[in-house]
Design a protein around this ligand. Structure first.
Ligand code: S3P
Length: 179
């Protein structure tokens, strides 16, 4: 069944604030919010770190695509994706088919201190140093740039970012809910 309103998918590197902004956006737009990583953790009853360690990244990516697909038929919602969602053509197809894709852009100088405060991300673990995570960001930049639109988030609060998204989505901004 066709949806009346598309979902809003927030993409961006780890630490770009997708989950926090999704929560604020959900309140502003009165829409359900789904955090894809949390959905995977709830369904598999394993932490992301445990999934990576015991079953490997490829398995995690399968679960990620399955979780995304399972949302496609659901009510339009705000989806906070994981930073690696952009690595699969099927993920792009699912997101484009069902909604608007918004890139939360942030500079490495903004991201890195946030990543430093968390040890829950297998691909940005403070103990491994930062070269690999920095390189991953550089590799993904051209992918994130394929979003429908970008919000530059450096220096903004989550509420300011959410408000910018709402503004951008207004038809008089030259954008429509349906591409
Ligand atoms: C990942 C980002 C994480 C999580 C997993 C892999 C990535 O989500 O999905 O650790 O490949 O960038 P966040 O972007 O919410 O940290």
């Amino acid at each position: 069944m066709a949806q009346l309103e598309p979902s809003i998918y927030l993409i961006g590197f780890m630490g770009s604030g997708k989950s926090t902004v999704a929560a604020v956006l959900g309140l502003l737009l009165q829409r359900p919010v789904v955090d894809l990583d949390m959905l995977i953790v709830t369904r598999s009853r394993r932490s992301i770190a445990t999934l990576f360690r015991d079953q490997g990244e490829a398995h995690f990516r399968q679960l990620e695509t399955e979780a995304l697909r399972s949302l496609s038929a659901a009510t339009a919602c705000i989806v906070a994706t994981g930073g690696g969602i952009v690595g699969s053509a099927e993920n792009w197809r699912l997101m484009r088919e069902n909604g608007v894709i918004v890139y939360l852009q942030a500079r490495w100088e903004t991201l890195q201190p946030r990543l430093q405060r968390s040890d829950e991300r297998p691909l940005a673990n403070p103990e491994q140093g930062w070269d690999a995570a920095y390189l991953l960001l550089q590799q993904r930049l051209p992918l994130y740039a394929q979003a429908d639109f970008t919000v530059v988030t450096d220096g903004l609060t989550p509420t300011q970012v959410a408000e910018q998204i709402v503004q951008q989505l207004q038809p008089d901004k030259g954008r429509s809910w349906n591409r």
